[in-house]
Design a protein around this ligand. Sequence first.
Ligand SMILES: [Zn+2]
Length: 440
Amino acid sequence: MTQATTIYQRPAELLQHLIRFDTTNPPGNEVACINYIDSLLQSLGIETMLLEKYPGRPNLIARLKGTGNAPPLLLYGHVDVVPTAGQNWTHPPFGGELIDGYIWGRGALDMKGGVAMMLAAFMRAKAENLSLPGDVILCIVPDEEVGGLAGARFLVEEHPDLFAGVKYAIGEFGGFTLYFGGKKFYTIQVAEKQCLWLRATLRGPAGHASAPIRGGATAKLARMLTALDQNRLPIHITQAARNMFEAIASGVDAPMDMVIRGLLDPAQADNVLEMMGDLKWSTGALLRNTVAPTVIRGGEAVNVIPATITVDMDARLVPGFTVEEMLTELQAVIGDEPEIEILNFDPGPGDPDMSLFNLLEGVLQEADPDAKAIPLLLGGVTDGRFFAQLGIQTYGFLPMQLGESFNFTSAIHAADERIPADALPFGTDAIYRVLGRFGG
Ligand SMILES: [Zn+2]
């Protein structure tokens, strides 16, 4: 056996190799990293397929044959990472160094760590001739961090036949530990919000700035931004939010459980959020549609009153909501004078299909008897939204035991991204167990 063919036994080392490919997106440059993964798979005699929308940005697909007793299971992950510019790193972001028990580098958590786990579990299944209930498809994509045009979106739109019959997938974002009220939970992502980008246009009379006109476009801008700052859209308790907060409530002691259940009562939710400090923003975003004005354009010259001002807004919809419902709520806040244009909408998955959840939680409990899993509703979006268009339910399941002081969500996309080295064999082993059992 060569180093390459046995590297699946050393997933932490595998991650170190993956981090050393600088796949900062933009521009991505994922090809060397994907070719490396391709060579590892081929060293075990696994057939692979490379498909690209844009030159130098391939997607890799490989498939292991199962017994046909279960629909195929998809494992997918992205190898692009977000930029590190302007950040202060203790150890080089593309060094992949193992120091103090951690592997340091961009992508350690999001999500080359997860890719290393999936790849190692997949290679091990082949090397050890694991009996698989159904086919297992491994899909390594570029371009998750900047919209997926070269990656998951391309595959779903142009090669949906590759995923025929797939019902469930393992992907990001989840598996990491979270602590509430002194209790440890493992997240398993089953749902995400939907991303809607809007542009509002405000118009008014233009003219010479020496003779100001009241009530023009700038005044309308001020009114609209003030309204957005001072109002929130209504609370909606979706099935995904209910599943998540019920699971947390059932795992903590009184009176914390009552407080968390209060989030699920629209009449109390805002009062409970007010008690949560800075957590109220991210938690509240799981319970309502949100709108954040981000890009404001207007005016060309200091002595000319602008006739139009545009405001780009990033709106996020809770699962199951339509654009029309969202716009009705928005107009109740900002009125109907701003002209609203839809720049982009990626519909996300609706109510989660929880069929695989108990199996995943059971696997975690074998590895860590204290494990209690919570079905996570994510405030952001993942490639899961594209696969959802094919009817595929993703479970974010990249198991990592992190210390209580280690905050996963603030460590990703930040300086000093790192992962405990022993999280890699832990997660690989959990995924490997799932591969042997997903049929029932
Ligand atoms: Zn990611």
